[in-house]
Write a protein that binds this ligand. Sequence first.
Ligand code: SAH
Ligand code: SF4
Length: 384
Amino acid sequence: MSRPPRHLADLELAERRQAVAELGEREFRADQLSRHYFGRYTDSPEDMTDLPAAVRSALASELLPTLLTSERELACDNGATRKMLWRLHDGALVESVLMKYPDRVTMCVSSQAGCGMGCPFCATGQAGLTRNLSTAEIVAQVVAGERALRPATARPASKTPAPSATSRVSNIVFMGMGEPLANYRSVVAAVRRLTDPVPGGLGISQRSVTVSTVGLVPAIKRLTAEGLSVRLAVSLHAPDDEARDELVPVNRRWKIAEVLSAAWDYAAATGRRVSIEYALIRDVNDQPWRADLLGSLLAGHLVHVNLIPLNPTPGSKWTASRPGVQEEFVRRVAAHGVAVTVRDTRGREIDGACGQLAARAVPARTARAADVTLPDGATALPLA
Ligand code: SAH
Ligand code: SF4
């Protein structure tokens, strides 16, 4: 475990100008470099023809070190869903998933290598925490996604197709490896870098960013005070503390009532619906009475429930709910007037390939709730 090298994306624009000045260059070079990285997704000196050649290579080697090396890529649906496995400078591995839809492109990113929260149904949790990712390591996953959306060969400007809804990453979900709020500073800085306009950042809308948490109450409160308008997703998985203590061990520290109270404060401060994530596990948390309890806990709040059929990890004693049980669960939660959808399980084969359902999908009945939907006919296809 060691610190990744400093990168442009770790710094705010003013800090980048200062860093460039410290390297003996004019401050506006920081803006030029930033336009290349955040606007054109390039860190290759040869692409930076508006900078003198000697300056380019000096600045690039100091401020644009390579952070991610592709270890493996899995694709399905003719490349519409791509799972990328990255090796970091110290050998740690993280994954991200790029999902293309007709009207949007969603990128699922990791915030930590591993995770220390120990949820027993989660592959990442079973492996424990390796280390926090730096801000730039998080941003670099999205920049890599942007690059992957570009045609492989450069075309003359006149032949460049008009930008479409799917030519850029439009949505980000912090649902890859790690607990984002346990790496608070880097994650919040990454959100700013992803959402600040070019040249400060990538210019993605804050409303299209979802931060998913296991329920670290002090960090949810801190996030509420940031003044961001990102969506908050809370991984609840049980409506009662007895079950949640087992499924989400951090519940022994912050109980359901406290987590939901912090979530409602977040919704009130931002005006945004909180998403409640609930993995349905056969005979563990899928009983009708738990559906009723969940519905009554959430009724009347600015909320949306995402039910996720459990994606069993290798060797897991748990499995997904029996046919019919999920439908009954949905019906009971909805009977309380709570918006609820079941996340699509398509694309599971590539999720399973890396052990965790890193691609967080939502589907189904309310299209506007869908952050991520995986395409049909998913097959694992090792590309590298
Ligand atoms: N640590 C954060 C974000 C990463 S996990 C969190 O827990 O919210 C993203 C989502 O995947 C969470 O809702 C998590 O509960 C869910 N998840 C993890 N393992 C899963 C599995 N085996 N099947 C279904 N969902 C899973
Ligand atoms: Fe960590 Fe989220 Fe997995 Fe729990 S579900 S172990 S918090 S990544």
